[in-house]
Design a protein around this ligand. Structure first.
Ligand code: ADP
Ligand code: MG
Length: 250
């Protein structure tokens, strides 16, 4: 579904991504791991249109998407999750979800918010959709809670929920488990697996928690120093000499 070829992202003379090539198969849950500073987040940001690559290409279903803007990728169903922006922390969880379809399509989020009452029927449909999403994620009891009051893990679920408000095809999750307690991490993991199996979502996730990766991801891609070092099942990866060395070296 996604093919990355010989991708470079340089910051001045520093090669954060240094000739990375990889593929993400449709309907896979692909894991991306590697030591700190390996270039994982930079690679995500280039694929998701947040950063322009220095060179190399990214294709989606055979079409060149290199350097497209995030909102253009959004229309193609390629989404990267983002932390709930400060401005939205005083809005309810439901309202945060309802803003997504208009909010990321290239209009400013504030325009989307101020025009939200324009078509009442549309708004009701959006609210219903938001409630379905919350139920799917088992956080329907938080619908009227201010987003700012959520725990770290609940915020991650809301981030995942935002991708469900539109017809996402592939979702990039950067360290969804960071600072999240075990119970919520399992809820997030279950939601990812169900979205994958029941709705055909493809995922690519960066994560440090190897148990989480091993439970969810196949294949797992390992990056080190801006390049892809290895790829395979979590089991094979964990006994790969070069991978062990890359981790020990940091
Ligand atoms: P990872 O997510 O694998 O930990 P990153 O992609 O965040 O790694 O970073 C890779 C390297 O690129 C790091 O050494 C980081 O300091 C550097 N880097 C990331 N973003 C920038 C930037 N905007 N300017 C300069 N260096 C950066
Ligand atoms: Mg990172």
């Amino acid at each position: 579904m996604i093919v990355v070829e010989n991708l470079h992202k340089h910051f001045g003379g520093f090669h954060a991504v240094d000739g990375a090539s990889l593929e993400i198969a449709e309907e896979s849950i692909t894991g991306l791991i590697g030591p700190n500073g390996a270039g994982k987040s930079t690679l995500f940001n280039v694929i998701a249109g947040v950063l322009n690559p220095t060179s190399g290409s990214v294709t989606m279903a055979g079409e060149d998407i290199t350097g497209l803007e995030p909102h253009e990728l959004f229309h193609r169903g390629l989404l990267r999750t983002f932390q709930i922006a400060h401005e939205f922390s005083s809005m309810s969880v439901r309202e945060n979800l309802m803003m997504v379809p208009a909010g990321q399509s290239g209009e400013t989020l504030w325009n989307a918010w101020f025009s939200r009452g324009r078509v009442a029927g549309e708004e009701r449909a959006l609210a219903r959709k938001a409630d379905d999403v919350l139920e799917f994620l088992t956080i329907d009891h938080l619908a009227d809670e201010k987003a700012g009051n959520l725990s770290g893990g609940q915020k991650k679920l809301l981030e995942l929920g935002r991708t469900m408000m539109v017809d996402a095809k592939i979702v990039f999750l950067d360290e969804v488990g960071a600072g999240v307690n075990r119970t919520l991490l399992n809820t997030i993991g279950d939601a990812i697996v169900r979205l994958n199996r029941e709705r055909g979502y493809t995922f690519c996730l960066i994560e440090h928690d190897m148990d989480f990766i091993a439970r969810l991801c196949d294949p797992v891609i390992v990056m080190a120093e801006g390049k892809v070092l290895a790829e395979g099942s979590a089991e094979r990866i964990m006994e790969n000499e070069a991978v062990i060395e890359a981790y020990l070296g940091t």
